[in-house]
Design a protein around this ligand. Sequence first.
Ligand SMILES: O=C[C@H](O)COP(=O)(O)O
Length: 250
Amino acid sequence: MRHSIVAGNWKMHKNAQETTDFLNELIEKLPSDKEVEIIVAPSFTNLLIAAKHLEHTNIGVAAQNMHQAEGGAFTGEISADMLTSIGTHIVLLGHSERRQYFKETDSILAAKADTALKHNMRIIFCVGEELKDRQNKQYQNVVYYQLKDALFHLPKAAWENIVIAYEPVWAIGTGETATAEQAQEMHKFIREQIEYQYDRDTAESVSILYGGSVKPENAREIFSKPDVDGGLIGGAALHPDDFIAIINAV
Ligand SMILES: O=C[C@H](O)COP(=O)(O)O
């Protein structure tokens, strides 16, 4: 069901002690009355620490990636079964850094989505165009094909477990944010594509998050848009006070 979500993607930041310190501070300072789902995505090595720390809270823990195979000779990789066996039932897939640096294609991501869903995991699936696509006015086309090639083969019921994160690549870690209007335009477009592929109820039930240089200063305006259901936060999710300020902006 569509609802507000703020997720913090820690990327390759925070060791075990830093994870513990962050979560202690987050639990201590977090307002209890916000109707927003909160998720943190630490590195693989800190997932178990996070799961144990957050056991009696309603803060969720997500992995930043997983392999599409059930198991096998894939040195350095992590399977869905490994994640769920430590209580991690949410996974980010298709982050632009995975696409760019680790050459994850839409067909690999389709296989990852299939595997995650088979293991009853929820997926936060990232899409987003590069700067050249926006300049060439191809940004909607690019995002359409990312959705179609990785997710539109799935049955309607699968969408109960999918959250979309729109992250324009040119806005990630650059300090340059999409305007609230640009975010709204794309979020509306994404919702429409889900409606055309499935139906209106499905489209209306999907939470669509914005990511890309969200900060306490700009979060409220972006989150105020009708098709923006929250954010996937990178840099500003590394500091408890900033992360909480963004949660409060929902
Ligand atoms: O997953 C998070 C996004 O890549 C956004 O990162 P950022 O907030 O540092 O721009």
